[in-house]
Design a protein around this ligand. Structure first.
Ligand SMILES: [Zn+2]
Length: 279
């Protein structure tokens, strides 16, 4: 993932990281990226990693599909807070992990992140970490106090040796109330970008809107996480198909809902500017 993000940083675009949780979502996301000749990151939440499989199954499946893909594919653990599980994922072949120790205080976070960085770098893998808090779109949204402090971010990146940093400047995780677009603090993002040299990551990309996404990419964001919009797009596809034919075969239902989710991914790839950027 590191090389993918460095290229994005040099050429001023962002790579989309889409939450997946099974074979179908991984294959569908990679197919969408291929149709745009864009690099892509498969993001597996720690919770999904455990509920829908295990590190070995996901690493094997992703490697198998990625080998046949015509674009670069990275496999990342999203929001991993269990150090042993992150190490198991790296052993299984994940190309990167997000070490999310943001619940710890700064010194503990630095210590825990550094340990994962050492483990990952010994295996040629990439580490993302987070500094600042990301709110909940339909609950307590990201407020001023949760935003990333640029000086702290600079120290954190240097002392941990991470490869990319998730930062907070206005986005929240989840699905916003209908019609709500979060105000992004681009001034803060510029300050963080000026203080930190590693590629920056936007979490909670869903529902941010084209303008916020494009402004973020123009100011140092090189990886954009989207989960909810992909899941909701796919869910809406399921609803429409069931309304049309409540007796549809389950395997037909799953297969025929893929295009709805892929349309969402293609739109984000356009906004992120990664179309045609596959190496
Ligand atoms: Zn996130």
């Amino acid at each position: 993932m590191k090389d993918m993000l460095r290229k994005a940083q040099q050429e001023h675009y962002a790579v989309m990281a889409i939450n997946c949780f099974n074979l179908e979502t991984m294959r569908s996301v990679i197919e969408a990226a291929q149709s745009m000749h864009s690099p892509i990151i498969i993001n597996i939440l720690q919770d999904h990693l455990l509920r829908h499989g295990d590190p070995e199954i996901f690493a094997w499946l992703a490697a198998h599909i990625a080998k046949k893909a015509t674009v670069d594919v990275a496999l990342n653990v999203d929001h991993g807070s269990d150090a042993e599980l992150l190490k198991a994922a790296l052993d299984a072949g994940f190309t990167s992990v997000m070490a999310d120790f943001s619940a710890m205080d700064l010194e503990e976070n630095i210590q825990a992140t550094r340990e994962i960085v050492q483990y990952a770098h010994d295996r040629g893998a990439t580490v993302e970490a987070e500094l600042g808090g990301i709110g909940d779109a339909c609950g307590h949204q990201t407020d001023e106090d949760m935003k990333t402090n640029p000086q702290m971010a600079s120290r954190f990146a240097e002392e941990t040796g991470i490869d990319c940093l998730a930062v907070s400047y206005g986005s929240s995780h989840g699905t916003y109330p209908d019609g709500f677009i979060p105000p992004f603090d681009i001034k803060r993002l510029k300050e963080i970008h000026g203080a930190v040299s590693v590629p920056l990551v936007l979490h909670g990309g869903s529902g941010s809107g084209q303008k916020n996404i494009e402004n973020s990419v123009a100011n140092g964001i090189c990886k954009i996480n989207v989960g909810c919009d992909f899941m909701n797009g796919t869910r809406d596809g399921v609803i429409h198909l069931l309304q049309d034919d409540p007796n549809i075969n389950y395997f037909e239902l799953i297969h025929r809902t893929e295009p709805a989710g892929q349309d969402v991914i293609r739109q984000y790839i356009r906004w992120a500017g990664s179309e045609g950027k596959a190496a």
